[in-house]
Write a protein that binds this ligand. Structure first.
Ligand code: COA
Ligand code: MG
Length: 290
């Protein structure tokens, strides 16, 4: 099976494809996924060299369990054709991430030119308005919020509560969930501000995002912790399942635990949470053995 939906995407780290040192370092970093970036993190005069370097590094490096996404340059740029050709059927690539997707036609434009699953950057007003149709594209596997571009395009100000972006973030989460696709939140620019990052991760987690895109290795631990179920949550989930089973055994359809009702929909969420915790635990054991 492709590295895909069943995997955690708590931490998705951008690495500029031009930075050889960072590409090498990433083999040992605790990222669930890596976005190897050919787009905005690479200067125009570096584009072609970065593409060649990345192709070589991906062919020769074992990134283990980490999902490998390549962010190509956008449609209409002078580099996109070369990027798509270089990663058309590359064995070191799990998915191709297309920037500034405005609608499903943009995905159609690349679908025949790469074999890997597609991911979409959600970072334009049009893209957010068309989120449902983008999420429904049969080749699409995941979506990434591009909050810097989005704020720029909306003319929105950066605020710590992200209120100006809420309509777009919410629309994209709804679209991804409607189609059972992965969705990852945007970056937190102030990469030395741990408290600020934690608050933003918690906000994204509470909205339903699978994880957060990151720009620096120092951000990994916080995202991994915030987007993983806590021990308390797992313990509560187990108690909810037991309480519900006992209620069913008594012929009742609803249980009461700690003064709150537990119905079968809560049991489904509790089981999903335990499944996620088990996947993450199994992954940490495998990583420790690497
Ligand atoms: N992925 C992997 N390793 C990274 C990294 C990243 N995104 N960012 C930094 N590192 C590594 C550095 O190579 C350095 O390694 P070393 O000490 O073993 O040589 C170490 O982490 C510490 O780096 P530091 O000196 O703190 O950062 P910097 O000043 O070199 O770089 C940034 C800061 C923000 C420029 C850099 O983190 C970066 O380029 N991030 C990605 C930006 C990006 O991709 N933007 C596009 C999407 S928004
Ligand atoms: Mg962008």
């Amino acid at each position: 099976m492709a590295k895909s939906l069943a995997r955690p995407y708590r931490s998705v780290l951008y690495i500029p494809a031009s930075k050889e040192r960072a590409l090498e370092k990433a083999r040992d970093l605790a990222a669930d996924a890596i976005i190897f970036d050919l787009e905005d993190a690479v200067a125009p005069e570096e584009k072609v060299r970065a593409r060649e370097l990345l192709s070589e590094v991906l062919a020769g490096t074992d990134y283990g369990r980490r999902v490998r996404l390549v962010r190509v340059n956008g449609l209409g740029t002078e580099w996109v054709d070369g990027d798509l050709a270089a990663f058309r059927a590359h064995p070191g690539v799990d998915a191709v991430l297309l920037p500034k997707v405005n609608g499903p036609a943009d995905l159609d434009a690349v679908a025949g030119r790469v074999q890997a699953p597609l991911w979409a950057m959600m970072e334009t007003a049009k893209g957010c308005l068309n989120a449902g149709a983008i999420a429904a594209h049969p080749r699409l596997e995941g979506m990434v919020m591009g909050t810097n571009d989005l704020a720029k395009e909306l003319g929105a100000r950066h605020r710590s509560d992200r209120l100006p972006l809420m309509a777009s973030l919410g629309a994209c989460v709804m679209a991804a969930r409607a189609e059972s696709k992965v969705i990852v939140d945007g970056v937190f620019n102030a990469f030395r501000d741990e408290a600020g990052l934690r608050v933003e991760c918690e906000q994204g987690r509470d909205m339903g995002f699978d994880g957060k895109t990151l720009i620096h290795p120092a951000q990994l631990d916080i995202a991994n912790a915030v987007f993983a179920p806590s021990e308390e949550e797992v313990a509560l989930a187990r108690r909810m399942i037991s309480a519900y089973r006992e209620a069913r055994a008594r012929g009742e359809g609803v249980a009461v635990l700690d003064g709150r009702i537990v119905e079968n929909l809560h049991v489904a969420s509790a089981e999903a949470l335990i499944g996620k915790a088990e996947t993450i635990a199994a992954q940490s054991i495998a990583a420790a053995a690497e």
